[in-house]
Design a binder for this molecule. Structure first.
Ligand code: ZN
Length: 239
């Protein structure tokens, strides 16, 4: 039993008809879904599920093994029941724009300083990204964001594809991960790759825009020094 994660192939799918295949104390899992269950620094989706003639707010989605569960504010559909699932698209689209922004910023940082990101988190309206870069200060952080904007405005296509573990190992040099071995636990099935033109390539389970122009403007919000080496940048996207 598993949930087909439609968001992995089509990040623009907003709505789907599905069938309930499992229930937990909190929620219900379906045979397919457009709800991102959270993970990799990207928050879960929210939205609406419709069954039995009424709509129910979905306040949380989470993954458990190969199933994606949806938690409704009220009620729980029966196993076998048909439900229509629809995500809050405005919220999700902003999150997609923020996620792709972080990849563009990490490309700029890699080109400038050769550093790899040490952490990131996306929220509904902003995102943060951390680098081990002692030399960074606020002006430098603002310059990075400016350069990321220039790069994004060139309109790079964002491709999503799947590779086998064998292919992934051959492509090893392309990925900007400090320890490739940390990905070995995922090396069983096909691996999902997100590639932005020729500027960035990463193993990634998140949802992205199709073209970097869709980001709009990346807005610098805040710079923070976290500890001795870590430097953190907060951004949002406009409009
Ligand atoms: Zn990512």
């Amino acid at each position: 039993m598993e949930t087909d994660p439609i968001y992995w192939r089509d990040s623009y799918a907003r709505k789907v008809d599905a069938e309930v295949i499992a229930r937990s104390d909190e929620g219900f899992a379906t045979d397919r879904t457009v709800f991102y269950p959270g993970g990799g620094g990207q928050p879960h989706d929210t939205g609406v599920a419709r069954w039995g003639g009424s709509g129910h707010r979905i306040v949380r989605a989470y993954r458990d093994g190969s199933l994606v569960y949806h938690v409704a504010e009220d009620g729980l559909p029966e196993i076998g029941e048909k439900v229509e699932l629809e995500i809050d698209w405005d919220r999700r689209y902003r999150i997609m724009r923020l996620h792709t922004s972080l990849h563009v910023i990490s490309a700029v940082m890699y080109n400038r300083l050769g550093v790899l990101i040490t952490g990131s988190q996306i929220y509904e309206d902003r995102a943060r990204i951390d680098f081990p870069a002692e030399e960074m200060n606020k002006e430098y952080a603002m310059e990075i964001v400016e350069e990321a904007n220039k790069l994004a405005s060139k309109g790079y296509e964002v491709e999503v594809f799947f590779v086998s573990p064998e292919e992934a190992l051959k492509m090893k040099h392309l990925f900007r991960v400090a320890e490739f071995s940390k990905y070995e636990k995922y090396m069983k099935g096909p691996l999902r790759v997100v590639k932005i033109g020729d500027i960035d390539i990463q193993f990634d389970g998140g949802t992205h825009v199709k073209n970097t122009r869709e980001i709009g403007e990346i807005v610098f919000l805040k710079y923070e020094s976290k500890g001795r080496r870590n430097r953190r940048i907060y951004i949002s996207v406009s409009p």
